[in-house]
Design a protein around this ligand. Sequence first.
Ligand code: MLT
Length: 394
Amino acid sequence: MNINTHYQEVNESYLFSTIAKKVNEYAAANPDKRIIRLGIGDVTLPLCPAVISTLHQAVDEMGAKETFHGYGPEQGYDFLKTAIQGYYQQKNVQLALDEIFISDGAKSDVGNILDLFDANNTVLVPDPVYPVYVDTNIMAGRKVTFMNATQENGFLPMPDASVHADIIYLCSPNNPTGAVYNRAQLQQWVDYANAEHAVILFDAAYECFISDPNLPKSIYEIEGAKTCAIEFCSFSKTAGFTGTRCGYTIVPEELLSGTVSLNKMWLRRQTTKFNGVSYIIQKGAAAVFTPDGQKQIKEAIAYYMDNAKTIANGMEKLGVWYTGGQNSPYIWLRCPENMESWAFFDKLLHEANVVGTPGAGFGENGKNFFRLTAFGDKEATKEAVERILSVFEK
Ligand code: MLT
């Protein structure tokens, strides 16, 4: 057999696996140290009561012949799709149920969607960015063109009419920088994509952290987006489903390549390669959209945003440049003393026993930056900031 040699072109291990390995080795060698993890964006609050009680009911349903569920629709149950449709209506976005596909999370779909596209497509990706966009394209043998996201452009690169693209990745609020595109900026992207006959793969996994009512939470709030954009979203950060796994992808019916419908292609792909998210989990996800669910997840989001403030205040005390943390759970800071991000990672781990994510893991432009997440425990986050201050204020 011959292997897909493009796997040799990506780093041997995925960014967050590399970090976990380093941290586990350090923890094993230093069992007396209490490590505070503000690295991977993993939530720490439990699932909210509205979700938990619905999960219990769904488990009981699975135990009775009359209410048992076997295979479900590969693209998700209507009860969850209807709840998502209602959520988009609140943003003045109208979706047909057939445009909504339930999945086990945004990460899988962001990778899987590439099944729909030709290997020779030109891919445009911001640098720095969530590494899945780059790695999945390299694994598929595509060449990636980077667009610079820098301190100067607020980490929000804009389209360049002289550069051709077929597939464009946008993530807003951005992982890792926390930067958020405004309406006018997204309109420019949508106009560019329509002119190029390109597709925007819009990652909205952090939309619920936007508190500024003027900022768009969905690409479909922008005129013309339905002919050029696919949107990915997830319950992971919104409602604490990182361990439970559920997300959704919107593929509009108007999105065509010539006369071919991408919505139909995605349906064909999912019905062939995916058997749907479990009934129990979809029931739990639907509970997120009930009035109780919405109230409870907003409390969790407020808790995390308080952590973001704690971290931001610490960075101000330290006098380092930072961004994010306002409409986003990530703080993106310039490493003190002009350190490189992996060196800063090691210093923080060894001297403060705090874990963060080196900016270099997200791209070349991140090499002097560092990401801290607000998803930690409140007391632990406060302590992490104190420890960072005590190391660097010396
Ligand atoms: C991150 O830390 O960037 C995220 O947790 C990764 C993910 O959502 O897969």
